[in-house]
Design a protein around this ligand. Structure first.
Ligand code: CA
Length: 487
């Protein structure tokens, strides 16, 4: 099945516990748009309670059920509403992927006095203290849950370290006595520590607990896959066993879609990580995102021939989940790198109308971000989704051969008359591009499905057409009779 996925949240959603209900309501609309699956945000209670977007994991077993961190519901609603939302998508034969954040916990219930060593914030291989006693927020007892589902209490032994000594009121990267940072990404010397209480994934008891939770969570939710948070900060082979168990517990022979977030613009780093982590899941194509950003930001000087060069979808197409923007790249967030409105449709064509890669559309693009006064991308995005679903057939032929105007065709097939399309886009001046569809289209009249160009293009006897595009724009040319059926 061709996947077309939606990241079904953005950072600035109102913190009013309404999102699961809202998604339940719009699920049929998402189905109509052509989405086959949705990535839902982390569903368990975060340290910031109802204001937590979900990445500040506090209690994995509290899916909006217990009065903890000042609220019963999470930012998105209650456990009951979450499960109903998943059931609704499943009833529509859509898949649901859960966001799991297993690198760190935040919001400990108690402190512990622990021996620890401080490391330089910018070089975590460099010790800046001897062993000293610190008071660490590292004990999680979950008093509001009182042991329901699981009565395990987490202590410093389950963690590698913290970034705060509340006795001295000192900030530093502290590793607990006897603990070593895992061999992970080398940014900052060693990037095992990201935030909060960093989970010790070399401690079998910690791993056993995360597996016990995974078993409980999957049996309860019946999710169809996972989005793995912050994997560059976690022991690289951790996920092999964890996912092996989830797959074994799932319906036999069911494929599970898993995508991991490894935030790096370096293709080599991503490929090395895929190898080291068992090549068992997709990664987000971060290099492609930055290429799209460069094209969006360069005032026309970006060389469009490079759009897919050095991207994951080019190097490892079967492992690439492609995206335009996400909750971290949106304006005001930690990785802000927002692709501007004028280039959004080009960017979405570069993920939705390509044969390779699994495209993930961003909620903030589909529905806008009202708090930032950002409008939805609009009907052209819906049209791209429709073209992907109905016309993306046959081989793909690239014309990535001009610094301003590039294009590609899907030739269509004999089996499906009138399938196929021709994409032409530019980040500078408009013009035309001669491309071959296929001689099976000889004599057909093509029109721009996006409505940016008014004229028609006639496909010649050899299947060629000369396809126009306007300045800083995109056109997607399809058979005109087919287009009438799409409208
Ligand atoms: Ca870590």
């Amino acid at each position: 099945m061709t996947k077309t996925l939606l990241q079904a949240f953005q950072w600035e959603l109102p913190a009013d516990g309404s999102h699961w209900r809202h998604l339940t309501e719009i699920a049929p609309q998402l189905k109509m748009l052509g989405f086959t699956g949705v990535w839902l945000p982390p569903a368990y209670k975060g340290a910031a309670g109802i204001n937590d977007v979900g990445y500040g994991t506090y209690d994995l077993y509290d899916l909006g059920e217990f009065d903890q961190k000042g609220t019963v519901p999470t930012k998105y609603g209650t456990k009951e509403e979450y499960l109903k939302c998943i059931d609704t998508f499943h009833a529509l034969e859509m898949e649901v992927y859960a966001d799991v954040v297993l690198n760190h916990f935040l919001g400990a219930d108690e402190t512990e006095v622990v021996e620890a060593v401080a490391y330089d914030e910018n070089n975590r291989n460099k010790e800046i203290s001897g062993e000293e006693q610190i008071e660490a927020w590292s004990k999680f007892t979950f008093p509001g849950r009182q042991g329901k589902y699981d009565d395990y209490q987490w202590t410093w032994k389950n963690f590698k370290g913290v970034d705060y000594d509340s006795r001295q009121k000192q900030h530093a990267i502290f590793a607990f006595k006897g603990k070593e940072w895992a061999d992970v990404d080398e940014e900052k010397g060693n990037f095992d520590y990201l935030m909060g209480a960093d989970l010790d994934l070399s401690n079998p008891e910690t791993v056993a607990n995360l597996n016990r939770w995974g078993k409980w969570y999957q049996a309860l939710t019946q999710v169809d896959g996972y989005r793995l948070d912050a994997v560059k900060h976690m022991r690289f082979n951790f996920w092999i066993d964890w996912l092996k168990q989830r797959v074994a517990e799932n319906i036999p022979d069911k494929e599970m879609y898993v995508v991991a977030e490894y935030w790096s613009n370096e293709l080599d780093t991503l490929v090395d990580y895929l190898d080291a982590s068992g090549s068992i899941f997709d990664l987000f194509d971060v290099p492609l995102h930055y290429h799209l950003l460069a094209a969006s930001d360069s005032m026309g000087s970006y060389d469009m021939r490079n759009l897919f060069q050095g991207t994951l979808v080019d190097a490892r197409p079967d492992f690439a989940t492609t995206f335009v923007d996400n909750h971290d790249t949106q304006k005001g967030q930690s990785l802000e790198s927002w692709i501007e409105g004028w280039f959004k449709v080009q960017a979405y064509a570069a993920i939705l109308l390509r044969r390779q890669g699994t495209p993930m559309v961003f909620y903030g693009d589909l529905f806008g971000i009202p708090t930032e006064k950002i409008d939805p991308v609009g009907p052209q995005l819906a049209m791209l989704l429709k073209i992907r679903r109905l016309l993306a057939d046959g081989p793909e032929v690239d014309y990535l051969d001009h610094e301003d105007i590039i294009g590609w065709t899907r030739t269509g097939t004999l089996r499906k008359p009138h399938s196929g399309f021709a994409v032409v886009m530019t980040n500078r001046q408009g013009g035309t591009k001669e491309m071959t569809m296929s001689a099976i289209h000889a004599g057909e009249i093509f029109r721009d499905a996006l409505g940016n160009c008014e004229e028609t293009v006639t496909i010649d006897d050899e299947g060629q057409g000369v396809f126009p595009v306007k300045d800083g724009s995109i056109s997607v040319w399809v058979n005109e009779e087919t287009l009438e059926r799409l409208m």
